[in-house]
Design a protein around this ligand. Sequence first.
Ligand code: ADP
Length: 428
Amino acid sequence: MNVTSPSNIAPETLARIIDVGRRLNSTVDMNSLLRQIINEAADLLDCEGVSLLLYDPRRKELRFKATVGEASRQLENQAVPLKGSIAGRIFLNNEAIIVQDVRRTEGWNPKFDAESDFHTRGILGVPLHDGSGQPVGVLEAINKKKGDFDETDVAVLSTFSDLAGAAVSKAQLFDELQQAYFRLNELDRLKSDFIALASHELRTPLSVILGYVSYLREHAKGEQVEQLDLTMKAAMRLRSLIQDMVNLQYVNSAEATTQFETFDLAQIIRAVVVDREETALAKQLTLKLHLPSSPLRLTAEPDMVKLIIDNLVNNAIKFTPAGGRVDVGAALRDEEIWFYVRDTGIGIPVEQLNRIFDRFYQVEPHLKRHYEGLGLGLAIVKELVDLHGGRVWAQSELDKGSEFFVVLPLVPPPPRNTEALRAEPPAK
Ligand code: ADP
């Protein structure tokens, strides 16, 4: 049967269909969407029952997803084969079918009536289409209350089912996205659990090694001194990697536990730079500090702010070749403190400037790495800056250098949650 054009439909019915379509389109919860569709279809067609079946592409069959009328719940999720059923014919031929008396039609399965204690007389079924016109299911109106289903009913149900089908495929997409999101969250949780476990398990044996090596180094003579120095250096590198993992755990639970204080940020910046001077000197880098003469009073969590500054200064030193320069500075600007770290290092490709703030993201491919690290430092920086209601970004030119900016409000917004317990404090 050819689908009758919407011109058969009374203007007020058409207006109603459009109005309902708009509502369906804004519903993404599949169950409530399906219920709305069948209830509206029953009202529009003035019939005793409505069934909605969706196509399952893996099993290649249709399945009752929602029904209204007395033929209801028992049918839900029951499978209907594509071959030899009325719904299957509608789906495969992708066209509407009117059956005035099911008993005289091929493909009618009385089992459905028997199971639901319902007496089906006539069926009007139309395919449900997704946004691109592909059939995704079937919508059936059952037993018109007055008279028989006619061409106008076909036009009404077809027009309605096009809008309903688009809403269903949107909700399916939303469902899939949500499931993918849950899976990603679960993976993220597993990764965090692994990091927590690994960092915890590695710390204890490492401190035994460090303690013993430094004891041996104190009493060593001759060649042994150099060998033990190398061992000590390697163990310290390992400690710094483990500390990144520990800091990540700290950030994960920090939101709940921030304890703000008011302090002079300039002092913390100075302390970090002094701490890093020796490393910079060993790499023949010029490390310069640019601070105003008056204090930079900031309300924030000092441990976190120190971690932010330390990570950025550490990176600038790490990614700047010998003979280069690192500038660290801060200033007050419009009720905010602007902090920057500028280097003359290897630089970052423009298209990766945002990604470097993702957990585990590193510009260099893992197998060709020259620089040590886990790709966690900037993710930690970003999460801590967010926690203070601030902003962080980088600008860079490849082979010329990079500049990182952190802008913190003088007073941060109040923390969102204060329930959880405090994690281990950071140390670097
Ligand atoms: P890590 O330094 O442990 O690899 P980070 O999260 O601190 O991890 O940095 C992520 C990546 O961003 C680094 O691996 C590096 O590729 C790039 N990067 C960060 N800071 C700089 C910088 N100052 N100069 C050049 N590249 C940088």
